[in-house]
Write a protein that binds this ligand. Structure first.
Ligand SMILES: [Zn+2]
Length: 170
């Protein structure tokens, strides 16, 4: 197992729709384990495969950051099947350093996907878990949290990020 490099804003893989995973092979198993280690080392509570340069529909989430194995979620080909309500809270992203903004997300979601054993999983989540699942599913659809902001805010932040990329800051 090893820690992978986290891809930062400006890399086109982050705005590309990731590919569906058709075979649960050793490669996917290892990728998931490496993503977990990378997420814990960051530290972060969620990670999507495009953030480690793999355009695949795979996400890892753990609100406990490795403290409680019951909180660990590894989902292959996750899909948001149901959403309810609205909640506004501050969000950040390991691929968009030093930017934290309030983002509106559904307060309750139902997400379906497949685990590493190939079994179908249905997760009903609310609050922070619902938020993280939405954030990570957005990633595999090529969407970043800053894309959820108003166009004025988004433009200002993208300008700032572009400058940081040019300066080699991120
Ligand atoms: Zn993110």
């Amino acid at each position: 197992m090893h820690i992978l490099q986290i891809i930062k804003y400006g890399n086109p893989i982050l705005i590309k729709k990731a590919e569906e995973i058709k075979n649960l092979d050793k490669y996917i198993e290892e990728l998931a384990q490496n993503m977990l280690q990378t997420m814990y080392a960051a530290p972060g509570i969620g990670l999507a495969a495009p953030q480690v340069n793999e355009s695949k529909r795979l996400i890892t989430v753990d609100l406990s950051v490795g403290e409680n194995s019951k909180d660990l979620i590894i989902l292959i080909n996750p899909e948001l099947v149901c959403q309810e309500g609205e909640s506004i809270s501050e969000e950040g992203c390991l691929s968009v350093p030093d930017i934290n903004e309030k983002v509106a997300r559904p307060s309750r979601v139902t997400v379906k996907g497949i685990d590493l054993k190939g079994s179908e999983k249905t997760i009903e989540a609310e609050g922070l878990l619902a938020r993280v699942l939405c954030h990570e599913i957005d990633h595999i659809n090529g969407k970043l949290f800053i894309d959820c902001l108003s166009s004025l805010k988004r433009t200002l932040i993208k300008k700032k990020l572009k400058k940081w990329v040019q300066m080699g800051k991120i």
